[in-house]
Design a protein around this ligand. Structure first.
Ligand SMILES: Cc1cc2nc3c(=O)[nH]c(=O)nc-3n(C[C@H](O)[C@H](O)[C@H](O)COP(=O)(O)OP(=O)(O)OC[C@H]3O[C@@H](n4cnc5c(N)ncnc54)[C@H](O)[C@@H]3O)c2cc1C
Length: 446
């Protein structure tokens, strides 16, 4: 079916082995029992592996000429079937575009397929580090993070990926009638930010970086969720303490955390933090004043560099859910945005309303300039109807839900629409709808 397309690709590496193509057509959509039913078995017809931007352009031209669908792929760690081709075609594996191009004045220019751990290590040579990374840093690519992610470790200081200033520029191969590489600057990068690769194939990114810090992983245990939440919020607000991560998991989750379950009392709530050496003493004193006990301390990078160990950030963000799913596939999760007002009261109220079905998991970060938290509650799945009721319960309590059980950009957003600007970008850069078709619902309807 893709023979005419493949015949136009010259010496660009391609794969048609069905087992490999199927494997490279999957991501972590199976976190959702609903998406598992919808997406299991869907796959591309072939895989192409461009080596540089010229190859990406050749792939785009061949796709335009033969009306072949293209779905970009980085590390394949996306959650919502973002990288799953719904209608066949070719998966474009971007991981060979894996070099840093330059670093200067606190800014990095990088090829989009670069693995994020490799990128962070390379930045270290320049005295810098990633401002922000997903908990999948060891496997994800920077292009996949910008096209599919939303925030992560570092968001406590820098906010979400969509906050102005977090993406400075992007080079993108379009699927216009005559495909070309365009440079997007500043606000124009909204075209590719969390757009699931529906608007172009990103070849390069320009991002601000942070000064290198020798982060320390800390975990504190607390007898109650309320005590842990008060400490976590207070720590998150301390601008005098250099911190990259403040994450809270309730007592039910501790049993799934291998590095902590023998060091913290069973059933205790856990606050995980990444703190600079200069902030250790103040953080310990603050935890002490809130009734917390130190359960773990190690350098983040020593754990990260050892494949046999787990840096504590791999117990946070969406890795929290993964730690549970490794042991028990009856769980799933939601993504919630708590308002900055009455945050802790709402956290307690949701725990009270869902005592047997939900384990509380919070990531503290600023929202609209005030410290609040994103929630990734781990939910026991019983039925689709019950999941919908739980979503409605959160929303009735004023907590926005970004539904991770749907595969379109619109349905996964808190407002269920794409911005008019993003819709216009789609029409401009991919008028034939060849890029990751089916993921931007309003385009299909248009
Ligand atoms: C255990 C776990 C933890 C996670 N934690 C986080 C987290 O902390 N924060 C967060 O935001 N997300 C998180 N995620 C989601 C996901 O890991 C991140 O979005 C990650 O950065 C995706 O990178 P990737 O290279 O694996 O992308 P992929 O899964 O390969 O792709 C993601 C999307 O981007 C598109 N894409 C990839 N590369 C390109 C490109 N070069 N040009 C255009 N489009 C492209 C794909 O088509 C797809 O739509 C988590 C997922 C899992 C399974």
């Amino acid at each position: 079916m893709t023979q005419p397309f493949l015949s136009l690709l010259g010496d660009i590496p391609t794969v048609t082995d069905p087992a490999i193509v199927r494997r490279k057509s999957r991501d972590f959509y199976w976190y959702s029992p609903l998406l598992k039913t919808l997406l299991d078995g869907l796959h591309a017809d072939c895989l192409v592996v461009p080596r540089d931007e010229a190859d990406v352009l050749a792939v785009a031209r061949a796709a335009r000429q033969t009306s072949t669908y293209l779905t970009a792929r980085g590390g394949g760690t996306g959650n919502y079937g973002q990288a799953v081709p719904l209608h066949g075609g070719a998966v474009v594996d971007m991981s060979a575009l894996d070099r840093i191009l330059w670093v200067r004045d606190g800014v990095v220019r990088v090829q989009a397929g670069m693995n994020m751990l490799a990128m962070d290590r390379a930045l270290r040579e320049h005295g810098h580090e990633l401002r922000m990374f997903p908990s999948t840093k060891r496997t994800a690519t920077i292009g996949g993070f910008i096209a599919g992610g939303s925030g992560g470790i570092g968001s406590l200081v820098w906010g979400g990926l969509r906050n102005i200033g977090n993406v400075l520029g992007a080079r993108v191969v379009t699927l216009e009638a005559e495909p070309r590489a365009v440079e997007l600057r500043g606000e124009e990068t909204r075209a590719i930010n969390h757009a699931y690769g529906t608007t172009g194939l990103i070849t390069e990114l320009e991002l601000p970086v942070a000064p290198f810090t020798d982060w320390q992983d800390l975990a504190f245990s607390f007898p109650t969720l309320a005590m842990a939440a008060r400490f976590a919020r207070t720590l998150a607000m301390q601008n005098g303490i250099d911190r990259k991560l403040v994450s809270l998991s309730d007592g039910g989750l501790l049993a799934y955390f291998a590095p902590l379950r023998d060091t913290a009392p069973a059933g205790h709530s856990i606050v995980i933090a990444m703190i600079a050496p200069s902030g250790l003493e103040a953080t310990r004193a603050l935890a002490d004043a809130h009734g917390g006990a130190l359960a773990y301390h190690a350098g983040t990078r020593e754990a990260e560099d050892d494949p046999g160990r787990i840096p504590l950030y791999e117990l946070t963000w969406n890795h929290t859910t993964l730690q549970v799913l490794k042991k028990d596939r009856t769980y799933t999760y939601l993504q919630a945005a708590f308002p900055a007002r009455d945050t802790l009261a709402l956290v307690e109220e949701m725990a009270r309303l869902l005592p047997d079905e939900m384990m509380t998991h919070l990531e503290f970060m600023p929202m609209d300039g005030e410290i609040s938290c994103a929630g990734l509650p781990v939910i026991r799945f019983t039925s689709t109807e019950r999941l919908k009721e739980i979503i409605a319960l959160y929303e009735r309590n004023g907590i926005l839900i970004a539904n991770p059980h749907v595969y379109t950009i619109e349905d996964g957003g808190t407002h269920r629409v794409v911005s008019p600007a993003l819709a216009a970008d789609k029409w401009r850069f991919d008028p034939a709808g060849l890029l990751n078709p089916g993921k931007m619902r309003s385009f299909a309807q248009g």
